[in-house]
Design a protein around this ligand. Structure first.
Ligand SMILES: Nc1ncnc2c1ncn2[C@@H]1O[C@H](COP(=O)(O)OP(=O)(O)OP(=O)(O)O)[C@@H](O)[C@H]1O
Ligand SMILES: Nc1ncnc2c1ncn2[C@@H]1O[C@H](COP(=O)(O)OP(=O)(O)OP(=O)(O)O)[C@@H](O)[C@H]1O
Ligand SMILES: [Mg+2]
Ligand SMILES: [Mg+2]
Lengths: 255, 255
C-alpha cells in the first residue's frame, strides 16, 4: 500500500525539491518502488531528473485538467524511480481548478488507481499555501517539512501548521506530520546552529525533528546543474550520507 | 510621481524580501520618500521591519478585500520608510479575488490615491506566478528580478519573463524590466561564479544586469533575526555596500 508523502513548506528555497529528489533516489536504492511527482510550475524536480520541462507534452497539469493520468505521463528517472513531471502550464491549474467541484480532491482521485504500484509516492510542493498545496495535502498520508536553519524559514512554519490543521479537519483526517528535516546547517556560522536549537525547542516532542541534518554544501547546486541527485554526484559529502540515512529511517518506519 | 517597483521571482529563497527591505532602507537614507508593500502571506518583510504579522489588524489583505486602503494600514518602519504589512490572511486573497471583476487591477486601484506621496513604492512578491503576482505587476512601472547564482534559480527565469510579456500585452503595457540583481554569489565556489557569467551571457544587453552583486553572507540571516536591514546591522559587509550602491544607481536613473 503506497505511502504518499508531500514535501511542503511555503517558505522558498529551503530544500523541498532537493529533498524530494534525494530521498526518492535513496529509497529507490534501498529497493523500494518510488514515484516522484513534480507539483511546482517551476519544474525544478523535472529538471533535476534530466528532462526539459517545456519539451514535455504530458505533465501533471494535463492529468489534473482531465481528472485522470494518461499512462505516458509516467516517465523513468535514471535512478529506477518513476516521475510525473511538471512545467509552467501548471501555473494555470490553480486558476482553472478554483471553480470545479471537489477542487481540492483532484490529485487524490488521480493517484487512487496507481497508489498500490508503489511503496512511496513523494510530492514536491511549490512555495505557497494555494490550491495545489491543498491538493497535495488532501492526497497525502503525511507531510515532511524541510526547514532551512535560518530565522525567516523558522518563522514561516506556523502558517504551514495552521494549514495542515485545516486540512486535517476539513479534507483529510488521516493526514499526519511525518516530521521536520533541518537543512542548510553551516558549521562555520553560529546563527544556523542557534536556529537548529530553536527548531528542536519549539517543535519537539509534538513533532519529530529527524536526527539527520542536511549541511550546506555547494555540491547541491552543482548536482542540480549536472541533473543528478547529490547522493550520486557527491556520495561522500555529509548531506548525501544524511539523505541515505533519512531514507533508511523512513523505510524502516514504514515496515 | 512615485515609481512602483515590484521585486519578483517565483523561485523561492533568492533574496526578494532581503532586496525589498535593504533597497528600501538605502533609498530612504538617500532622502527619498519610500513605501514598502508586503505582498507575501509569509509576512517576511513585515517581520524584518520589526512587526509581528499575526498581531496586526490592518494589512494589505483588508485593503484588497475592501478595494481601498484605510489610513491606519500604513505603518512606520525604523528607517523612515512606510510599510503596508501582510500576514497569513493574505493567503485567502487569491481564492477570494479569483471571481471578482477586474481582479488583476485591485492593487493598482488601491495605490492610485497614494502613489504621488512617494518617490518609490517597492512591492515584495511571493514565490509564485499566481493572482497576487499578477496584481503586483499590473500596479507596477517596472520589475526588479533578484536571481541567486545557482543553477535552479537561473532556469526559473524563463517562466517569469513569459508572464511579464503576458502582463505587458494584456494588463499593463507600460510595465518594464528594471533589471536583474545577482544574489548569493560566493567567492569560495566556482559554481556561483559560473552561473553569474551565464546570467550575463543569457540576458545582456536586452535586460540590464546590475553591476552591484550581493555576495552570500550569514549576516543577512542574522540581520533578519535582529529585525534590521543588513545595511544597518552589518554596514561594512560587501552586500550592505552593494545595496547602498544599487540604491544610488536606481535613484539616479529616476531623476
Ligand atoms: N543542503 C544544501 N546546501 C546548499 N545548497 C542547497 C542545499 N539543498 C539545496 N540547495 C540548493 O539551494 C537552492 C534551493 O534548494 P531547492 O530548490 O531544493 O529548495 P526549494 O524549497 O525546492 O525551493 P522553491 O521554494 O523555489 O521550490 C537550490 O539552488 C539547491 O541546489
Ligand atoms: N546575500 C545573502 N547571503 C546570504 N543569505 C542571504 C542573502 N540574502 C538573503 N539571505 C537569506 O537567505 C534566505 C532567503 O532570502 P529571502 O527570504 O530574502 O528570499 P526570498 O526570495 O524573499 O524568499 P521567498 O521566496 O521565501 O519569499 C533568508 O534566510 C535570508 O536571510
Ligand atoms: Mg522547489
Ligand atoms: Mg520573500
Amino acid at each position: 500500500m503506497g505511502q504518499v508523502l508531500v514535501i511542503a513548506n511555503q517558505k522558498g528555497g529551503v530544500g523541498k525539491t532537493t529533498t524530494t529528489l534525494n530521498l526518492g533516489a535513496a529509497l529507490s536504492e534501498l529497493g523500494a518502488e518510488v514515484l516522484l511527482i513534480d507539483l511546482d510550475p517551476q519544474g525544478g524536480l523535472t529538471l533535476c531528473c534530466g528532462y526539459e520541462p517545456d519539451s514535455l507534452e504530458n505533465t501533471i497539469y494535463n492529468a489534473l485538467q482531465k481528472g485522470e493520468l494518461a499512462p505516458e505521463t509516467l516517465i523513468k528517472t535514471k535512478f529506477r524511480a518513476d516521475l510525473i513531471p511538471a512545467n509552467v502550464d501548471l501555473a494555470l491549474a490553480e486558476m482553472e481548478l478554483i471553480n470545479s467541484v471537489a477542487r481540492e480532491k483532484r490529485l487524490a482521485a488521480i493517484l487512487e488507481p496507481i497508489k498500490d504500484n508503489y511503496d512511496f509516492i513523494l510530492i514536491d510542493g511549490q512555495p505557497s499555501l494555494g490550491l495545489l498545496t491543498l491538493n497535495s495535502m488532501t492526497a497525502a498520508d503525511s507531510v515532511l517539512i524541510p526547514i532551512a536553519c535560518e530565522y525567516l524559514a523558522l518563522r514561516g512554519v506556523d502558517g504551514l501548521l495552521k494549514m495542515i490543521k485545516k486540512v486535517q479537519t476539513q479534507l483529510n483526517s488521516s493526514l499526519e506530520i511525518k516530521g521536520i528535516l533541518a537543512t542548510m546547517l553551516d558549521r562555520r556560522t553560529k546563527h544556523t546552529g542557534q536556529v537548529l536549537k530553536q527548531i528542536k525547542e519549539k517543535f519537539e516532542p509534538q513533532i519529530k525533528v529527524y536526527p539527520q541534518i542536511i549541511y550546506r554544501s555547494i555540491r547541491f547546486a552543482e548536482a542540480a546543474e549536472a541533473q543528478k541527485p547529490v547522493i550520486y554526484y557527491a556520495k561522500k559529502i555529509p548531506g548525501a550520507q544524511a539523505y541515505r540515512n533519512l531514507a533508511r529511517e523512513i523505510r524502516h518506519e514504514d515496515i
